[in-house]
Write a protein that binds this ligand. Structure first.
Ligand code: ATP
Ligand code: MG
Length: 332
């Protein structure tokens, strides 16, 4: 089977609906046809300030949400990034073939560093994409399903793989990003021109997977729209309504025109009520399952440890060959 790699940061207690639509739904569908590795990338999460105890808890919660959303740890390799030492080690090697300017062109770094200011921007935030390249390349990955906000990072990963291969001989498989166009990006319900994010400054426009369903329904009802009053997709002039349509379509598997038809001549209130129901129906069971899993953290930790051992085998083989190729002396 071809290999698949993807991951998410444990940067909040709950995942948001963009993570679910932009990533988890695809992961779930792809895990049959691929030998899939799904990681909770806790080393990446360290690029933001964290309370240590909270980070541990967020890591478990993220893993539980993967499983609750349908990732099967007996079939796919679902593990915590820091449990597999090879990630940090390969990242160092790759950082030595990454250009300073090349890394500086990453738009996520530019956005985040601007928001944090230069004193709060760490070198780790700058080299984040190099660690992500290591994540992917360790597993000889064929495809990387991600939201379109990660496309540039996967392109850098490809460049680094090709550069390493041409300098040292065939070592890494060059991965392909897989991005679902229609639903590639979910926007904030209050600021529908900004990507919905776990780490958004205000959570008024973020729909959380683990939130009380009544609270999520309320957020949908309060979503920003426009004064036109017609339910129709127009990303440029009607970003709020278009975003709601994309969410509706993604969660129901319906086409946007059929939803527009259903709500033709009806107001935004009806449309939002319909969407709130869809959201509650979809996330109610996911939330319950996640909370069940979190009620037995010892069992969850055992599952993660077994999966990390599986990941180690593949990752160590790649790392050993990299160490050899670049000329590090073998420890006998
Ligand atoms: P953070 O704010 O901490 O960066 P995030 O919500 O952006 O959190 P990530 O952990 O960076 O989440 O990304 C996890 C996955 O979810 C990635 O595949 C990413 O492309 C996808 N993703 C994140 N936000 C969205 C979104 N708004 N729409 C679609 N996909 C998204
Ligand atoms: Mg992100």
């Amino acid at each position: 089977k071809p290999r698949l790699y993807s991951g998410m940061q444990p940067s909040a207690d709950s995942l948001q609906i963009g993570n679910y639509i932009g990533a988890l739904m695809q992961w779930r569908d792809l895990q049959e046809a691929y030998d899939a590795f799904f990681s909770v990338v806790d080393l990446h999460a360290l690029t933001q300030p964290n309370d240590p105890a909270e980070l541990r808890e967020k890591t478990r919660r993220t893993a539980a949400q993967y499983i609750a959303a349908g990732i099967e740890p007996a079939r796919s390799t679902l593990y915590v990034q820091s449990h597999v030492r090879a990630h940090a080690e390969l990242a160092w090697i790759l950082s030595t073939i990454t250009g300073f300017g090349e890394a500086g062109r990453m738009t996520q770094f530019k956005d985040k560093s601007q928001r944090y200011g230069s004193d709060a921007t760490s070198v780790g935030l700058f080299t984040y994409p190099v660690l992500m390249a290591a994540d992917i390349l360790l597993y000889q990955t064929d495809i990387v399903p991600v939201g379109d906000d990660q496309k540039q990072h996967v392109e850098l990963t490809r460049d680094l793989a090709e550069r390493f291969n041409s300098r040292y001989g065939q070592t890494f498989r060059v991965p392909m990003p897989v991005i679902q166009q229609e639903t590639a990006r979910i926007y904030d319900l209050q600021v529908p021109t900004a990507k919905m994010s776990k780490s958004a400054e205000s959570d008024a426009g973020v729909l959380w997977l683990l939130d009380d369903p009544a609270k999520s329904a309320k957020k949908v009802m309060r979503a920003v729209t426009d004064s036109e009053g017609s339910v129709r997709y127009d990303r440029e002039n009607k970003p709020g309504v278009s975003n709601l349509l994309v969410i509706y379509a993604a969660l129901t598997g319906r086409q946007i025109p059929s939803i527009e038809d259903e709500y033709a001549g009806r107001g935004y209130g009806d449309f939002k009520k319909g969407l709130a129901e869809v959201v509650v129906n979809e996330f109610g069971p996911v939330r319950e399952r996640a909370l069940e899993l979190l009620a037995d953290p010892a069992e969850l930790d055992r599952v993660l440890a077994a999966n990390a051992a599986r990941a180690d085998e593949v990752a160590d083989a790649t790392l050993a060959s990299v160490y050899d190729k670049v000329g590090l002396l073998r420890r006998v």
